[in-house]
Design a protein around this ligand. Sequence first.
Ligand SMILES: Nc1ncnc2c1ncn2[C@@H]1O[C@H](COP(=O)(O)OP(=O)(O)OP(=O)(O)O)[C@@H](O)[C@H]1O
Length: 421
Amino acid sequence: MEKAASFLFAGTIFNKKKYADEIARFKEKKETENEVDYLSSFERVNPGSEEVTVSTKKRKRKQAASEAVEGFNVFKSSKKALVISEENKTDEGEDNLSKEKKKINLKLEADSILRKQYNIHVSGNKVASPLKSFADLSSVYGCESYLLHNFAKLGFKEPTPIQRQAIPVLLSGRECFACAPTGSGKTLAFVSPMLMKLKHASTEGVRAVILCPTRELAAQTTRECKKLAEGNKFYIKLLTKKLIRSAHLTKLRCDILISTPLRLSSAIKKRKLDLSRVEYLVLDESDKLFELGLIKQIDSVVKACSNPSIIRSLFSATLPDSVEELARTIMHDAVRVIIGRKNTASESVNQKLVFAGTEEGKLLALRQSFQERLNPPVLIFVQSKERAKELYEELKFDNIRVGVIHSDLSETQVKDYFYPY
Ligand SMILES: Nc1ncnc2c1ncn2[C@@H]1O[C@H](COP(=O)(O)OP(=O)(O)OP(=O)(O)O)[C@@H](O)[C@H]1O
């Protein structure tokens, strides 16, 4: 284009001296035209706002007049400087933006390497970074020293994979489905964020609820909680029949209440317990909770925990689709954390499947296993309490010291069984 223009005007000489007046007039006209142009385009982007446009017009003219005092060149150069500094600003902004982007990408990469290393699988938006070590709890989340001290006292040097991911998820205020094999440290994964967030002991009401499928598990979780909370004056309570009968229940001062759904829902039904202040609700061993057909009771607990900012979480060794689907109806934007593969057993546990056609065949296979490789102590799980009693009678005659627990036993009998001394 430039080339074409120079070709067209080649040889033409324009006498600027001769046409000085016209040039001056032409310049003046152009300036006014530009102004009109500029203003009309402003009007175009603000259709229907006449009043605003008029006052803006006035302001623009006023501005132009005042700037004109400084001289046309000053005005032009200051305009240019403004543009340059705007450009610099944009460059700087873009630079910062790309630096920020790079930083985020590096962080995401580090997170995914750590997750791969520990077989952690997550799904959900903007999932918090996994913990590199327990030290992250104080450096990133301001954890008080008593908790880290308790971990050390209990001999916990490194977080387990489920703890690495579920703790930051809960601390970041997200709801969570966590699925990790038996014995992988799930209790600490949901108790520590509670202790960290609740900070100081309750002055009134219940602040966190943990639901467990059986009384024994509820009692075990209570003991774990107390161990982890040592050094802080939290009120950690197991909901027992005695506590339900007590007159204090309506004004229970409790930071963490642990119960079975059945017991808790009956306390709610009797209008003895107010759960409207609960900030955390955990369904532990959720697969068992839903399996045991406790949906109605769980539902009544979920309803009673009516605090709109409550954080709910599900911890389980397996996460059947039916349970997840059901739970999703009450969870908000939940993160799913799975250690290893969903619904698989721990890789550190040897497993063997033995086919036995009949009950007698099972007993035979069991006896054979005892002779070949099963060294007591051994735990045997069966389907019903009747079957447990039967197997107990059968094994009693095999020169094995055998015991049995089932729901027909009293709490004291079960306790004596587990803690005889
Ligand atoms: N970071 C850790 N390092 C070492 N041991 C730990 C750690 N966290 C928990 N433990 C211990 O591991 C054992 C199993 O923990 P826990 O009972 O919480 O597992 P779980 O996943 O809840 O098992 P289950 O599915 O049977 O309930 C406990 O004795 C606990 O004290």
